[in-house]
Structure formats: C-alpha cells, structure tokens
Design a protein around this ligand. Structure first.
Ligand SMILES: Nc1ncnc2c1ncn2[C@@H]1O[C@H](COP(=O)(O)OP(=O)(O)O)[C@@H](O)[C@H]1O
Ligand SMILES: [Mg+2]
Length: 380
C-alpha cells in the first residue's frame, strides 16, 4: 500500500482540497484508494466529498472505542474510493495519547488498498509529524505566500528533528546530545542541522549511519497551490534550496495548482471540483499530479538523483507557464459560452485586488518588524 500523507505548516493552503480530489483522480486511474480524514477536530473532508451526515469517525473510535475500525470505512460515490471520516469527537490530533496514536497507526497500516491518502491537520505537533512519517513520500502543500512557504520549511525542519529522535535509542550518545541541545532551549531551533549531523557522526557513528539511511530514503514532495502568477512558481525552488542546504532534505516537485474561482462554486455545491469541472485548470492540475504519482509508484525505492529532482522542478515551472496560458484561454471560452459573465469577472478582479491590498499590508508589517529587529540588534 502506498501511503500519501498530506501536510502543511499552515492551515488553509489546500491540503483537504488536494487530498479529496487527488484521491478521486487516483481512483479514476483504477487504483483502490482509501482517504482518511486525520484533521481531527477540524474535519471537513466529508463536506468536500459531499457526504451529508457522518455518524462515526476516527474521533469517536478513539474516544469511545470498542468497535471495529473496519466499520468506519465507508463507500463513496466514486468507484474505487473509500472514505474514513474524522468527526469532531476529539478536539484535535495533538490531543491523542501515545497509545491511541500507536493503535490508530497500526489499524491504518492494516487496511487493504493501493493508496492510503491521509489528510492531516496544520501544524507541527508530534502526532502530525508521526502520521506524516508513516511514509517517506509525504506531500507538503504550500501556497507561494511568505508565511506559507516559511511554514512549509519549518514543517520539514520539525520532521527532521522527529526523524532524529525516533532513530536514536534513549540511552544513545546521539539522543543525549539532542536532549542537551534541547535543554539549552535557545539554540535548539536555531542550530544548523548539517552541523548537528556532523557532530553526531563524530560522537555516535552507528546511530549516524542509521539516521543517514532513513534520511536518504526520506523524499517529501511539494505541491504549490493557489498560484496566481507564474513568476511565483520560483517559491518552490526557494523551499527546495533551503531544505537542501539547511536540513539535508531533498525535495521533489509534484506540481503547481493555480487559484481557481470554480473551487468556491464547487465547494458551495458540495461537489469535488474534479467532478464538477474536470476540464478546468485546477482539475487538470490535479490529474497531472495523480499521473506523476502513479507513473512513479514503482520507483519509490530507487535512489534519487539530483538530475531527477532538477527535472521535477523544471517540469513544474514549465507547467506553471503553460497553465497560465491555458487559464486565460479557459476564461475566454467561458465568457464566450456565457457560463461566466463579465460581471463575474469584474467581481473576481475586485476580490483579487482586495487580496493584493492585504498582502501589501502584510508585507509592510514584515518590513517594519525586520527594520525594528535590525535596529535593536545594533543597540545590543
Ligand atoms: N487552487 C485553489 N483555488 C481556489 N480555492 C482554493 C484552492 N485551493 C484551496 N482553495 C480553497 O481554500 C480554502 C482552504 O482549502 P483547504 O483545502 O480546506 O485547506 P487546508 O485543508 O489546508 O486547511 C478552501 O475554501 C478551498 O476551497
Ligand atoms: Mg483541511
């Protein structure tokens, strides 16, 4: 079973959109797919999928227990796709204990499917990281915004720490070295991961080798969502560079998805966009991601080469250009066919202008903070 956890540092970047629509695309490609809503406390996948009432989900299972996990798996309108609802019985994934987590992971791993897609909540709590690390091929969704890309990077950084902690036995020198760093508090998050790895290779070569093996098979994948401008596609390369340089993590690019106003309509009608408008740029982008996943599924264990990774980034940047053109054509077609009126278009432009205004303000705030920090640095 291929496990595809879908995570992000920041909320609202499109994890659930990707999880739901990608699962449908994989099922349409003939795969047996199970989609699990692990965003406990904020479950909304059933809404995206158009499932009106969810009786029981993972939350009830964990809090009440007693019943068969298999009973939670429900059929959907999509042949090949089954669904495990989250429900809101539990305040959040961050709140489940070790035993509940281990039990949930065991049951998820025992499911029978070609693909298990996990929609995770936002953030970097240990539980989220552990579900993300159920696979070495997890997907990180981000938007091009400064906060989202920073959070995507920080998410990766936290997964590396989690990998380290879970690779070393408590009594080992490597573990104790990490603990000493952590107790020091101030330096822990600031410290450069390659420097930590270097130190561990000196004091505990055996554990260093173990970690290196895990890190080299760790190959998270990126999806850049809600793109408006093809120029912003270079944000993905920035995350890749930082991850490579500061975290020793090699990222693969799965592709870009433009912001698409059809998504709102689709969501409002409780129909996944991939069914609502399969020809729209957003749906086509998701099909393309599904294609990449399916065509590489047998190569998951192959060693990654820089050339291969470079290619994934080049392809995604090219797709960003192509989709941008296609998007313009698509809007023209819609206008001509009368599906979209000029008034809709004006409304869209207006709301985008509003967003640009907000981003500008956000930007000014950051500038202000940076200037202040620098001034304080001088004083100190
Ligand atoms: N490419 C996109 N175009 C337009 N709207 C989008 C796109 N991706 C996500 N959205 C919308 O953004 C909001 C947040 O998406 P969601 O998938 O719920 O994020 P998350 O699960 O990361 O919190 C939703 O209203 C969703 O419909
Ligand atoms: Mg979500």
């Amino acid at each position: 079973m291929h496990i595809l956890p879908i995570a992000s540092g920041k909320g609202g970047v499109g994890k659930s959109l990707v999880a739901a629509n990608l699962s449908i695309a994989l099922a349409q490609a003939g795969k047996r797919v199970i989609l699990a809503d692990l965003d406990l406390g904020a479950s909304n996948l059933h809404i995206i999928l158009g499932i009106p009432l969810v009786r029981r989900g993972i939350g009830t299972f964990l809090s009440v227990g007693g019943s068969d996990f298999g009973d939670l798996v429900m059929a959907t309108d999509y042949p090949g796709l089954r669904f495990i609802p989250g429900d809101a019985e539990i305040p959040g994934l961050a709140n489940i204990n070790q035993r509940q987590k281990a039990s949930l992971i065991r049951r998820l791993l025992a499911l029978d499917a070609d693909y298990l897609v996990l929609d995770l909540g936002a953030g970097t709590s240990a539980n989220i990281l552990d579900f993300f690390l159920m696979s070495s091929h997890g997907i990180i969704v981000t938007t091009p915004s400064l906060t989202a890309t920073l959070n995507a990077y920080l998410f990766l950084k936290n997964t590396v720490f989690r990998l380290m902690y879970s690779s070393f036995g408590r009594q080992s020198r490597a573990f104790q070295f990490l603990e000493a760093l952590r107790k020091d508090g101030t330096s822990f998050q600031k410290i450069f991961i390659p420097a930590i790895l270097e130190k561990i290779s000196q004091i505990d070569p055996e554990n260093h080798a173990k970690l290196s093996a895990r890190m080299s098979s760790f190959r998270p994948k990126l999806v850049l969502n809600m793109l408006d401008d093809p120029k912003a596609a270079d944000k993905a390369a920035k995350i890749r560079r930082s991850a490579g340089e500061y975290l020793n993590v090699e990222l693969e690019h799965l592709g870009v998805i433009y912001r698409d106003s059809f998504q709102d309509v689709a969501l409002g009608s409780r129909i996944p966009v991939i069914r609502y408008k399969p020809q729209s740029p957003i749906s086509q982008a998701i099909y393309r991601i599904a294609d990449k996943i399916v065509s590489n599924e047998d190569e998951e264990e192959m060693p990654l080469t820089d050339a291969y990774l470079d290619e994934t980034f080049q392809a995604a940047e090219m797709e960003a250009e192509i989709d941008f053109e296609a998007r313009v054509e698509y809007v023209e077609d819609l206008l001509q066919s009368g599906v979209l009126t000029m008034a809709d278009l004006v409304e869209t432009v207006r709301s985008q202008q509003f967003e640009i205004g907000q981003l500008r303000r956000e930007n000014q705030l950051y500038k202000f903070k940076v200037t202040k920090a620098i001034q304080q640095g001088f004083k100190a």
